[in-house]
Write a protein that binds this ligand. Structure first.
Ligand code: NAP
Length: 102
């Protein structure tokens, strides 16, 4: 297994790309920290989809520096290290050209 026992933190992993990235790392043997902002139910579902054990979910609003710092410290405290960070969390706003004023 290519990522056996590697500790991975995937931000924005409760759904979308992050959920699938988590699934792929877990299938390759990694221990995945499924980060989310507020949707704990979706994050729990994402954890339950993962192959193997030792995966956890962790909440933080990463627009808040203190929460982001606490998130990293909590992962390191629980897992002892972070081998791989996937900085995926974000929002996508539509700006259709046809509706643009500039
Ligand atoms: N989908 C696209 O077509 C597309 C295209 C280009 C780039 N991207 C980028 O790819 C990444 C993933 O996109 P996606 O479509 O998979 O996203 P998504 O399905 O909307 O999921 C967004 C994820 O980010 C988390 N999140 C949002 N704001 C957050 C905040 N302030 N603090 C912490 N977590 C936050 C959400 O947590 P909760 O579930 O708790 O809200 C969720 O886990 C984003 O960075 C997006 O900008 C997407």
């Amino acid at each position: 297994m290519k990522f056996k026992d590697k500790v991975v933190l995937v931000t924005g992993a409760s759904r979308g790309f992050g959920r699938e990235i988590s699934r792929q790392f877990a299938a390759a043997g990694a221990k995945v920290n499924v980060h989310y902002n507020s949707n704990a139910l979706a994050a729990q579902e994402a954890v339950e989809l993962l192959t193997g054990n030792d995966h956890i979910k962790i909440a933080a609003n990463i627009a808040d520096t203190d929460q982001a710092t606490d998130m990293v410290n909590n992962v390191v405290s629980h897992m002892k290290r972070i081998d791989i960070l996937v900085n995926n969390a974000g929002v996508c706003e539509d700006h259709p050209v046809a509706e643009s004023t500039f």
